[in-house]
Design a protein around this ligand. Structure first.
Ligand SMILES: Cc1cc2nc3c(=O)[nH]c(=O)nc-3n(C[C@H](O)[C@H](O)[C@H](O)COP(=O)(O)O)c2cc1C
Length: 188
């Protein structure tokens, strides 16, 4: 039996009924035959403080243990004040420490940003890329995926509507499969 590569999904918004989570679920469906997408929750992580590295912070430990064995990371995030939401940055910081024990290094990454406005979270997308460079995560460059007017891509039940949104996310998903295969050939 072949096991599919396991991709962790970090959702930048903590809203349980938010558009970010709908996008993540839509990508789970699109990718189901080819990649396993597992949402890693970040909402209950205490704010990172290096002074607490010496103590046992169970939520940090659990998060690091959940991420470490994964074959890649998908970030789905809205834009907050032209950057990523604090919860997502905190999760990235938690996973990056203690120094020398980062769980991120060499994991291939994909980014989908979105917003209700026209710009589609461009600022968040590129702020996130800046962190990924430092964390040594190969971040897929194309197709760039900035979903503008994102709430309109879903119906009243939260399902992805057939149309441009599905076309964009399907192209993104196809590229992500190839990106993971390129960087994690043993996992495919
Ligand atoms: C604190 C805050 C800051 C925001 N800043 C931006 C922004 O800079 N650019 C933008 O396009 N939308 C901004 N928004 C709108 C969010 O992108 C929007 O609420 C988004 O749909 C939230 O995603 P969600 O539905 O997954 O929670 C902001 C929202 C909040 C709450």
């Amino acid at each position: 039996m072949t096991t599919l590569p396991r991709i962790g999904v970090l959702i930048g918004s903590l809203q349980t009924k938010g558009t970010s989570r709908k996008i993540a679920r839509a990508l789970q469906d699109i990718l189901a035959p080819r990649l396993t997408l597992e949402i890693v929750e970040i909402g209950d992580l205490p704010l990172y403080n290096p002074e607490r590295d010496a103590e046992d912070v169970p939520a940090w430990d659990a998060f690091r243990s959940a991420v470490a064995p994964l074959d890649g990371i998908l970030f789905v995030t809205p834009e907050y004040n032209r950057s990523v939401p604090a919860a997502l940055k905190n999760a990235i910081d938690v996973g990056s420490r203690p120094q020398g024990a980062s769980v991120w290094a060499s994991k291939p990454a994909g980014i989908v940003s979105h917003s209700p406005g026209m710009i589609g979270g461009f600022g968040a997308n590129h702020h996130l890329r800046q962190s990924l460079v430092f964390l040594d995560m190969p971040a897929m460059q194309q197709p760039e995926t900035y979903l503008g007017h994102s709430p309109m891509l879903f119906d009243d039940h939260g399902a992805l509507i057939d149309g441009p949104g599905r076309t964009i996310l399907t192209a993104f998903a196809n590229a992500l499969v190839a990106w993971v295969a390129l960087h994690r050939p043993a996992a495919v």
